[in-house]
Design a protein around this ligand. Sequence first.
Ligand SMILES: Cc1ncc(COP(=O)(O)O)c(C=O)c1O
Length: 409
Amino acid sequence: MAYDVPSIRRQFPILGKKVGKNTLCYLDSAATSQKPQCVIDAVMDFYANKNANVNRGVHALSEEATIAHDAARETVRAFLGAKHAYEIIFTKNATEAINLVARSFGDTLKSGDRIALSILEHHSNIVPWMQLSEGEGIGLDWLPMTDDGYIDVTATEIILKKGKTKLVAVSGLSNVLGTLQPLEKIIEMAHKHGAVVLVDASQLAAHETIDVQKLDCDFLAFSGHKTYAPTGIGVLFGKAELLKKMPPFLGGGDMIQTVTTHGFTPAELPRKFEAGTVAAADAAGLRAALNWMTELDMKAMQKHEASLLTHALTALQKIEGLRILGTTNPKKRIGCISFVIHGIHPHDLTDMMGAEGVCLRAGHHCTQPLHKLLDIPASTRLSVAAYNTVEEIDRCISSLQKAIFLLQK
Ligand SMILES: Cc1ncc(COP(=O)(O)O)c(C=O)c1O
């Protein structure tokens, strides 16, 4: 079936929204994607027809809610190619998933062990490791980046060869540079030297098919809201043999088998890591979103998004004083393009463009170490999703040119 952008756009009610007299031009999907009607319907259907507390009751509604929640877990399992549904832990978002690993796997480490993370990580994949290292005698090693925005594999091996690294935390796809990282190589190398690997797939999950068994990663995290699903739901995949050995992250209802006045025994996977009432309606929305993506034809979507980025790169490179961060090779870019313009602050630029309904992102995109390395305080990011059009890219470029003209006056 041909990739039909107008029909895809019709499924996203928000894309028809007016900002002043202009139609919304949303190019900020790397921050959060918009939601198709089927996802909105799935959340509504849960509340209208199935709402009850999952796992806790034996009445009919609770059973229905539990079935829906289990179905969502199975959909995520299939989406990631995991072996077992109990290797899928629902969290609030990718940030919470990474914190879970940092706190729980972190508890199994000893003084002198080290964590390696790359310089291009999002703060969500930096701060939890810093928190772990504070006072625990766990050291951090920074994996450097090559000039074109890839984690430096040679430098990584030098660090791993020291034999102290217990976990490597890396992003699959940079949320600033749009570079697909050499995950296979890093994972193989880490395993050879006795380390496990956590992949931050927050950006990756919206643009690439993921197969955790083929990739052989040990942990993988992503947020539903960047994959057309609701906010409030995220995923941690973990290999069963690791998750089984890790202590619970949060304590409370649902994550226990028994509680006495002397202590508690944790529940089996996955509930051991899902304390408290789960976000069942959001899980139903996530299920609808992942099914929607799968039915969309990922290959066709990738081709479409690549053509949008190629078009944007060509136009942006013609703008005087504009510097693109990372590679300008369109074949090496996925999802986003970040740039700086000499003499113009990204916030002024995006403010002005935002007034015309063109939504770009400005700031450090939660990657301050990367921005420091690039010697800039902030940048502007344009990011695409399945529903964007060439016309939107053109509209963004002319709005950008107008803003530059006005700001340089
Ligand atoms: C690469 C990357 N990692 C982690 C996150 C954190 O996602 P969340 O805020 O949904 O937990 C983001 C969000 O922008 C991201 O782009």
